[in-house]
Design a protein around this ligand. Structure first.
Ligand code: HSE
Length: 408
């Protein structure tokens, strides 16, 4: 019997308990041993929960119980979660988590600690919710030299954009729905400002390219400045607005990573990823492009990924599931200065004011004010765009995703 402790009984933690209960037969069969939840740690009381007898408030009960071999950390953040993870690993217990912030900030150190104590630190659920992506990257695609990873990495913002575009509801209303459905972070600023997607592209880039990429190294922009006018111009251009995280291998084994909204042509499979779904495209020199798609947030999809790691950890008790990468470094991650893309611009003025921007396609939208113009430019860097704007301020400046570009 493998005894498990769950830290944090929020959306994901309660989903983990539920999946372990509901699918106990096949889960135990696949783990090669019975899986049982012995403790649930939470500061709150849950007297009506079917697990009411298993709640504890003091982490040392779990830490000091030799029967607990796998700890599921679904607290989130880098405060107590960091402390408890270190203490669990130091006690030789494997830790499984959906905590992308902790992995993105301290993954290198925690994997090192796991190795020292012959334990596993597993975090499939930290990226893409229920989508299997990290295991495929480390195993099934291991034969490739990977050149790019990109995708829609945040379910909340994709849900909001879909509701705004398809149903014309306001940003605030759509966010409230995403919160009610259990998609949003505790502080939804992390979703809408791109911070959550930033943590996820860091983890993907780290695994794909082998060295730690830290969130502070990744330029990040969310969706709060996207207006219904931008969405309408995207429609006129045959595109959709999507928040993308991208990591692109650079010369001299460096990496460029960033998060920003993009205009995505409807011919690109990413454009049809809607609602809470996420999709991640990986480009390798043997496989070409491969895409992973599924529910990127929510209680049971995320619990599905967490519990699959519990099974993995249970199979490797007192050994260790190998996972490792190298430390990053200040000059390992380069900025987006050299990235040339087409741009969507929304400008105040008239068509005659476009002089100096170079060749552009002019877009129209219903209800546009007389003094507004929307265009798509040719491909250029941000610095070149600013030079051509020559002091004019664009109301919106959004990169266009060009899949045909040679990014490697
Ligand atoms: N808030 C996250 C999202 C949860 O919306 O994608 C899953 O990581």
């Amino acid at each position: 019997m493998i005894q498990v402790a769950i830290l944090g009984f929020g959306v994901v933690g309660s989903g983990v308990a539920e999946v372990i209960r509901r699918n106990n037969g096949p889960i135990s069969a696949r783990a090669g041993a019975g899986i049982e939840v012995k403790y649930i740690l939470d500061v709150r009381d849950f007297p009506d929960s079917p697990y009411a007898d298993r709640f504890v408030k003091d982490f040392s009960v779990i830490e000091q119980d030799p029967e607990v071999e796998v700890v599921v950390e679904t607290i989130g953040g880098c405060a107590v979660a960091y402390d408890y993870t270190k203490r669990a690993l130091n006690a030789g217990k494997s830790v499984v988590t959906s905590n992308k912030e902790l992995v993105a900030e301290h993954g290198f150190e925690l994997l090192h600690l796991a190795r020292e104590h012959t334990a596993s630190y597993l975090f499939e659920a930290s990226v893409g919710g229920g989508i299997p992506i990290l295991h495929p990257l480390t195993q099934c695609l291991a034969a490739n030299r990977l050149t790019e990873v990109q995708g829609i990495l945040n379910g909340t913002t994709n849900y909001i954009l879909t509701r705004m575009i398809t149903d014309g509801i306001s940003f605030e209303e759509a966010l409230k729905e995403a919160q009610q459905r259990g998609y949003a972070e505790h502080d939804p600023t992390d979703d809408v400002e791109g911070i959550d997607a930033c943590r996820k592209i860091c983890i993907l880039a780290t695994i794909a390219f082998g060295r730690h990429v830290y969130p502070r190294q990744v330029p990040t922009e969310g969706i709060t400045k996207i207006t219904l006018a931008d969405v309408s111009y995207a429609d006129a251009a045959g595109m959709k607005v999507k928040l993308l995280g991208r990591a692109i291998r650079q010369p001299e084994d460096r990496v460029m990573a960033y998060v920003a909204p993009h205009f995505v042509p409807v011919s690109d499979p990413l454009a049809s990823v809607e609602d809470v779904f996420n999709a991640i495209t990986v480009r390798g020199n043997a496989i070409g492009d491969v895409m992973f798609y599924g529910r990127g947030a929510g209680m049971l999809p995320t619990a599905s990924a967490v519990v699959s790691d519990v099974i993995e950890a249970a199979r490797h008790v007192r050994t260790r599931r190998f996972l490792s990468w190298e430390e990053g470094g200040e000059d390992y991650v380069v900025g987006t200065q050299t990235l040339a893309t087409q741009w969507f611009l929304r400008l105040k003025g008239a068509i005659r004011d476009l002089e100096g921007l170079g060749p552009v396609s002019i877009l129209g939208r219903a209800g546009a004010p007389e003094d507004e113009v929307g265009v798509i430019t040719e491909a250029m860097t941000r610095a070149e765009l600013e030079r051509r704007l020559a002091g004019r301020t664009a109301l919106s400046a959004i990169r266009v995703l060009d899949e045909s570009a040679d990014l490697a």
